[in-house]
Design a protein around this ligand. Structure first.
Ligand code: 4NP
Length: 155
């Protein structure tokens, strides 16, 4: 199974979700490949923000080797699930869908809300890490037992 995490810059939130879910999946012996991308192109080729690298490291996850890429429509064919951090990401990703089936691959990372953007607030990196890690634990639990139930169509 392949999962793509998407935020705006691909340097703060989605690299954390990418690294943490891959780490948890590996620990459980699941053959999952996790990636990440940003809807914007400003940071393409750059490593994650130093504050995301630091908070992940504090919890034993190394995200320093990741490099930012921009989300594009070819990702719909490469990934089974595309999980977006906020509703603006959701609009921008869905705008690139070329088929109704593409749309079924996209959902909010948090079922009932958004992951706040910590870019302008140093104090948000720890709470964002906690949100991301809690949801990644849930995803591993839910999707390792029943993958089909995880697909949700967004109208
Ligand atoms: P991210 O955070 O979407 O979580 O990676 C941001 C990173 C960079 C910018 C905005 C948000 N930026 O404006 O450069």
């Amino acid at each position: 199974m392949k999962i793509l995490m998407v935020c705006l810059g691909n340097i703060c939130r989605s690299p954390l979700a990418h690294g943490v879910l891959q780490h948890f999946a590996n620990r459980k012996g699941l053959a999952w490949t996790v990636g990440s991308a940003g809807t914007g192109n400003w940071h393409v080729g750059a490593p994650p923000d130093h504050r995301s690298i630091a908070i992940a490291k504090e919890y034993g996850v190394d995200i320093s080797e990741q490099r930012a890429q921009q989300f594009d429509s070819h990702h719909f064919d490469e990934y089974d699930h595309i999980l977006v951090m906020d509703r603006e990401n959701l609009r921008n990703v869905l705008a690139k869908a070329k088929t109704p089936e593409h749309r079924t691959r996209v959902q909010l990372f948090l079922p009932d809300g958004e992951v706040p953007d910590p870019y302008f607030d140093d104090g948000l990196f720890d709470p964002v890490y906690q949100l991301v890690a809690t949801r990644c634990e849930e995803l591993v639990r839910e999707w390792s037992k029943n993958k089909q139930s995880s697909r949700r169509k967004i109208e």
